[in-house]
Design a protein around this ligand. Structure first.
Ligand SMILES: Cc1cc2nc3c(=O)[nH]c(=O)nc-3n(C[C@H](O)[C@H](O)[C@H](O)COP(=O)(O)OP(=O)(O)OC[C@H]3O[C@@H](n4cnc5c(N)ncnc54)[C@H](O)[C@@H]3O)c2cc1C
Length: 416
């Protein structure tokens, strides 16, 4: 088995938001990033990649460019021997052992799937790029199928379960895409579409101020979206969803984005976990009871001295600030982590959005513009920013692209 040492002594598990920013901020000190992908996914732009307003490649940032001083190993961590300071990994080139002096755990979260009959077999997640592109392809396939069977109500039935940011933004963007695409499907102009948003909580977007959440709900209703709050999914068989309020929705597409849970590998690494199975860390992000292990991002329960009594929510904003603090701590200028959220933004399809910034709550076009500008500012690398601006500019002048590319990544066998 291959045995190697982490660059600069620091091994980072996970090249997502948290891990990549730790490596970037460590600069010339270097680090080894162990990650299954060679890019960092900028998740706030995922709904736009799904709707086709952004190219999928433009919402990810190549780790080798983003963290030029880090070494990247493509693979997955499989085990930790804390006494020997070794992580076992399954890399692209086979099993390996990586020796570290400092270990940073940034494994993120996975979709929390509930034991709802039929859900795991027929539902689609919305967590990564593969999910987003699969959903786009599914939507266009459904339009193609409906153009053959316009009388089947399930073809253009879409149920989204989970009305947090990811679910609401994905629904809004895809609903826009479906309406814009109709001009290319003249026999569907009068075909009924049904878009349903379901959440167990009493309102949608519970994480943002009430007034903005109400605006989002009104906007979606105006677009014909049915909102069922205080409601759960009871079952889904691939063509009909049953809701707890007795509603039956004929739908061939069900998107599940009802929350995340900490990465399952954490339980096997022998680290202390809280009741939500997140790694317990102190105010410097060091794992409780461990001298040389740190954790951050969605996989950790991070105390924040600016919000006493509460651990950080799972957001990019928090992961980014935690990463900045941790890089300083690892570099020797140790201090406690604290961050107060400055605002929140979300897009609700084309030209509609919401933004809460210090002293202001904006919605409509202004909210949308601020949301886009904020994401552009946060996106790393000038080359990525330019690509995104170009996509947005092209989108101003041309109609939505409706090609369905599920063939990508599945080439025919030679001779077929
Ligand atoms: C659709 C969607 C939209 C979102 N929108 C917003 C938003 O608008 N604003 C906001 O603030 N937050 C948003 N979030 C939340 C935000 O994306 C997360 O809080 C953030 O990505 C957390 O960073 P992380 O590094 O902890 O986890 P991640 O970014 O998920 O990174 C975890 C990394 O670990 C890697 N990994 C997994 N298993 C292994 C293994 N065994 N070995 C090595 N590496 C492994 C993964 O491949 C991944 O690269 C959104 C999330 C989603 C899913």
């Amino acid at each position: 088995m291959e045995r190697r040492e982490a660059r600069g002594g620091t091994l980072i598990l996970g090249g997502g938001f948290a891990g990549s920013y730790v490596a970037r901020n460590l600069k010339r000190r270097g680090a080894t990033i162990l990650s299954p992908e060679n890019f960092m996914l900028y998740t706030p732009l995922l709904p736009e990649a799904s709707a086709g307003t952004l190219e999928p490649r433009h919402v990810v940032v190549p780790l080798r460019q983003m963290c030029p001083h880090a070494e990247l190993l493509l693979g997955r961590a499989t085990a930790l021997d804390a006494d020997r300071r070794v992580v076992a990994a399954e890399t692209l080139a086979g099993p390996a052992e990586i020796v570290y002096e400092r270990l940073v755990v940034a494994l993120g979260a996975v979709t929390r799937v509930l034991p709802v009959p039929g859900l795991a077999d027929h539902g689609i997640g919305f967590k990564d790029l593969a999910d987003a592109i699969a959903l786009r392809n599914r939507l266009i396939q459904q339009l193609e199928r409906a153009s053959i069977h316009p009388e089947d109500p399930a073809e253009l039935g879409f149920v989204f379960v989970g009305a947090g940011y990811a679910g609401v933004e994905a629904l809004a963007e895809l609903n826009d895409l479906a309406h814009a695409a109709l001009r290319f499907y003249p026999n569907l102009l009068d075909a009924p579409q049904r878009w349903v948003l379901v959440d167990a909580a009493s309102k949608i977007l519970p994480e943002i101020p009430r007034r903005l959440g109400e605006y989002a709900a009104r906007h979606l209703k105006r677009r014909g979206v049915e909102i069922h709050v205080g409601t759960t999914l009871e079952s889904y068989d691939g063509s009909e969803a049953m809701l707890s309020d007795g509603t039956r929705v004929p739908a061939r597409t069900l998107v599940w984005s009802a929350g995340v849970r900490a990465h399952p590998l954490l339980g096997e690494l022998g680290l202390p976990l809280d009741e939500r199975e997140r790694v317990l860390v102190d105010e410097t992000l060091r794992v409780l009871g461990r001298k040389n292990v740190w954790a951050l991002g969605d996989c950790a329960a991070v105390p924040n001295f600016k919000t006493p009594g509460a651990t950080d929510p799972p957001t990019c904003q928090h992961s980014l600030r935690q990463a900045r603090r941790l890089a300083k701590n690892l570099a020797g200028s140790s201090g406690p982590y604290g961050y107060r959220m400055l605002g929140q933004v979300a897009t609700l399809g084309y030209h509609k959005g919401i933004a809460e910034i210090p002293g202001m709550r904006l919605h409509g076009f202004l909210g949308w513009w601020i949301a886009r500008t904020y994401h552009l500012y946060q996106l790393p690398l000038v080359s990525r920013k330019l690509r995104v601006v170009l996509d947005w500019t092209v989108g101003l002048f041309f109609r939505r692209d409706i090609v369905e590319l599920s063939v990508l990544g599945h080439p025919k066998r030679l001779g077929e």
